[in-house]
Design a binder for this molecule. Structure first.
Ligand SMILES: Nc1nc2c(c(=O)[nH]1)N[C@H]1C(S)=C(S)[C@@H](COP(=O)(O)O)O[C@H]1N2
Ligand SMILES: [Mo]
Length: 420
């Protein structure tokens, strides 16, 4: 890092230092690296990129959480685009890339669809492309653990802040069309995926993750099998040659590097489907409750991601001149329907202003929000941003229900602003 960057960061740190002493535990300010990420301008970040982490080729300014398996999130100010460029889409791998994903040769690749179907299918990529009508859509994928860094006491797993989310454009076919072609039996209740990523242990028989979607979601017309992301064949890290996108569900349902869809007569029980994986305690538990004290029968599967929003511009720590409006931008989304309203506050939630909110490009795309705030005078302000969904549910101000794996933190984001 150059001396200049140090100066910028040092100055802003002094300005933001006061935030650390707040009493509400506003987590993205507490975590030094989280808020320093947000303060850096992209050009400074470029100089900071860790050199040559395998799999990060072509990724711009992402923060690597883990290099084995690879997990990297996007600083929130780099998520401003309506359609997230591939270079800025987060990565979450549970295992290691297969030889096929590395070599990008799909010539002898097939997808098998079997289980509770009348006629099992084995399809090449060309057959899949030629048999069913093509669909294109902008779809949000959000890791269920996005925001995990906010939980107290901390929970194990990647300490995502705000950036394990993206909304890229995908091309593929409806999962529904493929399932109907195979002919669903009345016993079908769940569609499980098997993929060809490799376990970290190196054991070729060990499956790093095998999840999927309940039948109703599988038959939703927005649940796709895709071979293209942002107009290019799927990148190696994002599931080449074919992945599932079940938008609105935890990202882990959207299997990458697919080989098999197993239609099941019960809820799937593959790796990361059972125990505490992608489940919330019901009834709720006190923060820090040991795993052993929560019986498996009291863990309920997460089906939809909750309402959430981000402030993509400006980054926290910005200074504006008196008399200039503060122009805010970001996105809002919800896993089971549209976002209905977006509000911002500059006075700690005492008053709220309605922001403009665009319709989504299609269902399950995120929605652009914008606001121009007149701040009352010189000094220090915090901006809070709050989305309200189609059922009137709002983002909480503080970290919501602690759970053993740290899922579904959809607390409002806030940024600090100084009027000079
Ligand atoms: N086969 C397979 N599919 C997978 C994963 C994986 O490790 N293996 N990770 C899941 C998780 S936890 C998430 S959040 C999303 C991330 O998708 P992305 O890496 O394209 O952002 O992929 C999901 N699909
Ligand atoms: Mo995830």
């Amino acid at each position: 890092m150059s001396g200049d960057d140090n100066e910028i960061k040092g100055g802003r740190r002094r300005f933001l230092g006061a935030l650390g002493s707040g009493t509400l535990g506003w987590w993205w300010f507490w975590r030094r690296d989280a808020w320093s990420e947000q303060m850096l301008v992209p050009v400074a970040r470029a100089q900071e990129m860790p050199p040559q982490i395998e799999g990060m080729e072509g990724k711009e300014g992402l923060t690597v959480m883990s290099d084995r398996p690879l997990a990297a999130e996007t600083p929130v100010t780099l998520l401003d685009d309506d359609v997230t460029p591939t270079s800025r889409h987060f990565i979450r791998n549970n295992g290691l890339l297969s030889e096929r994903a590395r070599s990008r040769d799909a010539s002898d690749w097939t997808l098998t669809v079997d289980g509770e179907v009348e006629s099992p299918l084995t399809l090449s990529l060309e057959e899949l492309k030629s048999r069913y009508p093509h669909r294109e859509a902008s779809l949000v994928i959000e890791c269920a653990g996005n925001g995990r860094a906010g939980f107290n006491p901390p929970t194990a797993g990647n300490q995502w802040t705000l950036g394990a989310v993206g909304c890229a454009r995908y091309t593929g076919v409806r999962l529904k069309d493929v399932l109907e072609d195979a002919g669903l039996k009345s016993s079908a209740v769940f569609v499980a995926y098997y993929s060809e990523d490799l376990s970290l242990t190196g054991d070729p028989n060990e499956v790093p993750i095998s999840r999927g979607v309940a039948l109703e979601k599988a038959l939703d017309e927005h649940t796709l099998l895709v071979w293209e992301m942002n107009g290019e064949p799927l990148p190696s890290q994002h599931g080449f040659p074919l992945r599932l996108i079940a938008p609105g569900t935890p990202g882990s349902a959207s299997g990458k590097w697919l080989r098999r869809l197993w239609v099941r007569d019960r809820v799937h029980d593959g790796p990361k489907m059972t125990g505490q994986s992608y489940r919330l305690p019901e009834p709720p538990v006190a923060p820090g409750t040991p795993d052993a004290d929560i019986p498996e029968s009291e863990m309920r599967m997460i089906e939809a991601m909750p309402v959430k929003s981000i402030i993509t511009s400006p980054g926290t720590g910005v200074e504006i001149e008196l008399g200039q409006p503060l122009r805010l931008r970001g996105h809002a989304w919800c896993g089971d329907g549209p976002v209905e309203a977006m509000h911002v506050s500059f006075d700690f939630g005492v008053t709220w202003r309605q922001a403009s909110l665009a319709s989504p490009a299609n269902p399950f795309a995120w929605q652009r929000w914008e606001a121009a705030l007149e701040l009352p005078g010189r000094g220090y302000y915090e901006i809070w941003a709050r989305a309200t969904d189609h059922r009137g549910r709002q983002q909480p101000m503080v970290i919501p229900g602690w759970n053993p794996r740290g899922y579904l933190n959809n607390a409002m984001q806030r940024i600090a602003v100084r009027v000079i």
